[in-house]
Design a protein around this ligand. Structure first.
Ligand code: HEC
Ligand code: HEC
Length: 464
């Protein structure tokens, strides 16, 4: 049992012990003895007493060292070696997220995070930021000439029948939000449309466009509103081309963008508008700064909201850099049923009157999952613009899409399936946290534009 190192150690210890005892005897014989005026027998007695102390200490040390296998590691005989190895895991075992040296811990007071509550699925959700450029299709590569042309077309009111509306009338990119702020849009002759105008910001990252996802590209989308009778109301694409030809300023712009020999037609018009729209992107939200490494970019409340957004399952549909299952990054599930769970919200906000991409009369709508970037700036919300408070949208989403409505037994008579739902409705605090998180998806640049636009109207009011 004793190995060589221990034998070596013991021999050194033995020599040290002999020398120690010799020193002790010399001290007693020539120093302590005479000073204490001890007789020879007294000196022997003192030396033996002190020597026994040293000896017993040495013996104790040797016993300990022997059983602990000095200079080895674990005290085997007394402490059972645990059967686990320390592993450096790729994932933080508690949160189920990739391990990193920089952890951010936030105390949740009375609500400790249960591991299984956070890591609902085995693969962790990875948060992503928007790239600085939107991808362009091969048949319409980006050029600055096309962007310049597309921008002019986007702002051109001559492209509407009564020359009152341009794309920017309903998608205000100068004022910031990229939409019109109305529940549903107003086209020419003040006609009221049936759907809310989505923002054009970051539309360039979406795999399908429109609330019902009926357009597969920005090029295809741009041709729609021009001839939509309740939007720009042009009778035909030929008429649109004619309006462009009527304006001599366009001739050099088209020549620069597509070459002087290329005919001006609706396809080139759509390509130029789409190229301009690919510049309307906002990778500069506090959320992006946070994910890129600025851990101070989000408030404590926004972090709680971010966690809820994940654990509740909002990320099941609003995932990836553009917070949408219908994005160019990953378009696995572009369309989703909405509303899924029956609730009183359905009647209150007429959520099933328009069923989007679903067949008429199906009772449940099918809608493209919208991006949530800048969503705090684009109210009123939902396809029919029926909800004017973001808090209410979050409440609706959590109940109609995720079933957070309370405890229910649900019997499906069609499918003969019984389901027990045990998902309490979100508290006001949880909802406010999520709203705060959604606000962190607002671009700094857009907020600045909105402030400037507001400033100029304030000034105009003062001037009157
Ligand atoms: C009268 C207001 C109005 C005008 C003018 C208008 N739009 Fe829209 N836009 C809308 C509405 C409403 C929708 C949603 C319609 C739907 O989903 O059925 C929409 C949808 C879009 C989308 C899809 C966004 C997304 O996330 O799916 C884009 C892109 C867009 N418009 C660009 C344009 C362009 C380019 C023009 C000019 C050629 C234009 N719009 C003119 C109201 C308008
Ligand atoms: C099952 C898929 C699904 C889930 C889960 C889901 N959403 Fe949605 N979300 C959608 C769809 C589809 C729409 C479009 C609804 C419509 O047609 O009006 C939408 C719309 C929204 C809107 C309005 C966007 C706008 O521009 O008007 C917000 C905000 C939103 N969701 C937030 C959330 C939050 C927060 C959660 C988690 C509590 C969540 N969603 C969970 C699919 C989902």
């Amino acid at each position: 049992m004793l190995n060589l190192t221990i034998m070596n150690f013991l021999s050194v210890a033995l020599i040290a012990l002999v020398v120690g005892l010799a020193v002790l005897f010399t001290m007693v014989r020539y120093d302590l003895g005479p000073k204490g005026r001890l007789a020879k027998s007294g000196q022997w007695f003192l030396a033996t007493a002190l020597g026994t102390g040293i000896l017993s200490l040495a013996v104790k040390l040797m016993i300990i060292l022997t059983v602990t296998n000095f200079p080895g590691t674990v005290i085997e005989p007394f402490i059972e070696q645990p059967d686990v190895e320390l592993v450096v895991s790729e994932y933080d075992p508690l949160l189920g997220i990739p391990a990193s040296k920089r952890f951010l811990w936030q105390s949740l007071d009375s609500q400790p995070i249960a591991a299984n509550q956070v890591a609902r699925s085995s693969s962790p959700y990875v948060w992503q930021t928007l790239p600085d450029q939107a991808p362009a299709p091969e048949n319409n590569p980006m050029t600055s000439e096309k962007v310049v042309l597309g921008k002019r077309l986007f702002f051109d009111k001559n492209l509407s029948w009564d020359r009152t509306l341009s794309c920017s009338s309903c998608h205000d990119v100068i004022g910031g939000s990229g939409d019109d702020g109305l529940p549903t849009s107003r086209g020419i002759n003040n006609q009221l449309g049936g759907r809310n105008a989505p923002t054009v910001w970051n539309a360039a990252f979406q795999s399908v466009l429109f609330w019902d996802g009926r357009a597969a590209s920005l090029e295809e989308q741009a041709k729609g509103p021009l001839i939509n009778p309740i939007e720009m109301g042009m009778p035909s694409w030929e008429e649109v081309v004619q309006r462009v030809l009527d304006d001599p300023a366009y001739v050099p712009l088209f020549a620069d963008a597509f070459g002087a020999d290329t005919a001006i037609d609706i396809e080139r018009i759509a390509e130029a508008i789409a190229s301009y729209e690919r510049t309307l992107i906002t990778p500069d939200a506090p959320y992006d700064r946070f994910v890129r490494g600025d851990l101070d970019a989000l408030s404590a409340q926004q972090l709680r909201g971010m966690a809820s957004f994940q654990t509740l399952g909002c990320v099941n549909c609003h995932f990836g850099p553009n917070f949408s299952g219908a994005s160019l990054f990953d378009s696995r599930a572009p369309l989703r049923i909405f509303p899924i769970y029956p609730t009183p919200f359905e009647q209150q906000y007429e959520l099933t009157r328009d069923t989007g991409a679903a067949m008429a009369g199906s009772g449940r709508g099918s809608w493209r999952v919208p991006s949530l970037r800048n969503v705090a700036l684009t109210g009123p919300w939902l396809h029919n613009g029926s909800v004017s408070e973001l808090k209410e949208v979050v409440r609706i989403m959590s109940s109609v899409q995720l079933g957070h409505t309370g405890r229910y037994l649900v019997w499906s008579d069609d499918h003969k399936v019984m389901t027990k739902l045990d998902r309490p409705a979100l508290s006001d605090g949880e909802i406010e946290d999520i709203v705060a998180f959604l606000q962190s998806l607002s671009s700094d640049m857009l907020l600045e534009r909105i402030k400037l636009a507001k400033g100029s109207t304030d000034q105009a009011i003062v001037a009157h």
